[in-house]
Design a protein around this ligand. Structure first.
Ligand code: F6P
Length: 338
């Protein structure tokens, strides 16, 4: 393979730049040229494709966001979009693609491979909800950002003996809430993967204050409900504490990546190039027990594929991501009163 391209797709995540840089530098070391595709699949279809060079990737390892920009582009799920994209790749003589993004981005990579353009997926999202990997690029930075914010909220919560509901991102997954909750010493973590009763939360808040606690921090995953709705329901269930809601929002997506995210992104970017160099596409790179692993994106579950097709042609996830409920139980234990 003489020329490949790289794109970022879906919600951006800190460390995406480090991954692009690693793809470029590893490819150069292998004698392969690299083109950047701006704005994900939308840019591929529009032909927004340009040669990367050392200047373009310089000073990017430490920068948040993605200098190739990102977009959500559902049109690439349709054959028409895919063929248009491929036409643009052909024009530039591109033979393989590295796609950095989430589930939807992987599906695009799979289609490109089916059309004869080997594509490799790298998991880039703060949510940590991608199958085939223990950690995604951006997750560590996002939870670090959340913890910094909650530490500050805790100061004011303590000063005023207030209860705070801190709404964090994660889409349908509770990972950001779990990790940031443990790391910030949250009094309660509410995630989609674990049922809870408002009455129990109210009781915990009351008991906490009665036992001398001077704050109460609840980390709420957005996949459960919004912070405002949660506050409303808590009051309906009898909470009388001085309650505030803090929605952290998109600050969780920005900022300079942590060491872990930079190293993870660099390792994964380099591995993607090795795979394409060897003519391998239709796979996603992940990390499992600190080792890089590859899984076929589409295929049979028993062969380790991340997704399978039903008889009706729908894509199903084989082993859906599961948040680590040991962390949930640990937090419950850490918050018990005598
Ligand atoms: O997938 C990353 C993520 O930040 C989710 O945590 C969140 O639900 C969503 O993207 C927000 O998307 P947008 O930036 O399009 O509003």
């Amino acid at each position: 393979m003489k020329r490949i391209a790289v794109l970022t797709s879906g919600g951006d995540a800190p460390g995406m730049n480090a991954a692009i840089r690693a793809v470029f530098k590893k490819a150069v070391a292998e004698g392969i040229e690299v083109y950047g595709i701006n704005h994900g699949y939308a840019g591929m279809v529009a032909g927004d494709i340009f040669p990367l060079d050392f200047k373009a990737v310089g000073d990017t390892v430490r920068r948040g966001g993605t200098f190739l920009y990102s977009a959500r582009y559902p049109e690439f799920a349709e054959l028409e979009g895919q063929l248009k994209g491929i036409e643009q790749l052909k024009k530039k003589g591109i033979e393989g693609v590295v796609v950095i993004g989430g589930d939807g981005s992987y599906h695009g990579a799979m289609r490109l491979t089916e059309h004869g353009y080997p594509a490799v997926g790298l998991p880039g999202t703060i949510d940590n909800d991608i199958v085939g990997t223990d950690y995604t690029i951006g997750f560590d930075t996002a939870v670090t950002t959340v913890v910094e914010a909650v530490d500050k909220i805790r100061d004011t919560s303590t000063s005023h003996h207030r209860t705070f509901i801190v709404e964090v991102m994660g889409r349908g997954a509770g990972d950001i809430a779990l990790w940031s909750g443990i790391a910030s010493g949250a009094d309660e973590i509410i995630i989609p993967e674990k049922d809870f009763k408002f009455e129990d939360v109210v009781k915990n808040i009351q008991e906490g204050y009665e036992n001398g606690r001077n704050h109460h921090i609840i980390i709420l995953a957005e996949g459960v409900m919004s912070g405002a709705e949660f506050a409303e329901k808590l009051k309906e269930a009898g909470d009388r504490s001085d309650l505030r809601v803090s929605v952290l929002g998109h600050i969780q997506r920005g900022g300079s990546p942590t060491v872990r995210d930079r190293v993870l992104a660099s390792r994964m970017g380099a591995r993607a190039v090795e795979l394409l160099r060897d003519g391998i596409g239709g796979v996603a790179v992940g990390i499992h027990n600190e080792e890089l692993v590859e899984s076929p994106i589409l295929g049979k579950e028993e062969e380790g594929a991340l997704f399978s097709l039903t008889e009706k042609g729908e894509i199903v996830v084989n082993n859906p991501h599961k948040a680590d409920l040991n962390l949930y139980n640990l937090n419950v234990d850490l918050n018990k009163f005598e």
